[in-house]
Design a protein around this ligand. Structure first.
Ligand SMILES: [Zn+2]
Ligand SMILES: [Zn+2]
Ligand SMILES: [Zn+2]
Length: 215
């Protein structure tokens, strides 16, 4: 599942100072009248840390039960304070959003429509735009939510197209690139997994792939 965390809260303030004093350049009233800007002047106003109480400082986690909501509220307050000041043209609260996977903690990335339609980038013919790519669990969850057949659903074994003698059970064949998935109807005579060391029969998997189970 996609988790979203927000940090780096700030209030972006676009200024339109007219006089030097609007920028804190005071004491020039007899000598100067206006300031000119080369372009829009936007500054980031950073909220005080939640755990910083001036007289004592602690981690944000100690000071807040909902850090995101509290920073948002603090920034909204700053924005409200500034919005109607004469030298302020615009105020916007921003933050950085980070999306991660709840299962594997990697950054949350998804297939584009093109990637989902392309056999070299999708997982199978059932891949759709927006399908996560980070781990099996997030893909399975995504497909369950949308009623999409799971990856390799009904697959009992895999064949290596370059080595026709190699047949691999689900356990030993899943996850390899270039393997051809087989369903039970593709194996009318059944088959056993050849994974292992052919010189040592005791180390060959030997699982009957039709009895081995269908996902
Ligand atoms: Zn299918
Ligand atoms: Zn993941
Ligand atoms: Zn096997």
């Amino acid at each position: 599942m996609k988790l979203t965390s927000r940090d780096e809260w700030r209030v972006m303030v676009t200024l339109k100072p007219r006089r030097p004093a609007d920028l804190g350049l005071t004491g020039l009233d007899d000598l100067a009248e206006f300031v000119a800007l080369p372009g829009p002047l936007t500054v980031a106003v950073l909220p005080r840390r939640l755990g910083d109480f001036g007289f004592v400082s602690m981690g944000d986690r100690m000071a807040s039960r909902d850090i995101e909501a509290d920073y948002r509220q603090r920034c909204d307050e700053i924005a409200r304070e500034l919005r109607h000041r004469p030298q302020v043209e615009d105020v916007t609260v921003t933050c950085t959003e980070t999306h991660t996977c709840s299962h594997c903690s990697l950054l949350w990335e998804v297939l584009t429509a093109d990637e989902a339609a392309n056999h070299s980038t999708n997982f199978d013919e059932h891949s759709v735009e927006g399908e996560p790519v980070c781990c099996d669990k997030s893909i399975a969850e995504f497909r369950t939510e949308r009623g999409i057949p799971q990856i390799n659903e009904g697959v009992v074994a895999f064949r290596n197209p370059d080595r026709p003698g190699v047949l691999l059970c689900r356990e030993h064949g899943a996850g390899w690139g270039g393997m051809v998935p087989l369903r039970s109807e593709d194996l009318p005579d059944g088959g056993v997994c050849t994974h292992g060391d052919p010189a040592e029969p005791s180390k060959v998997c030997g699982r009957d792939v039709l009895i081995g189970g269908v996902a």
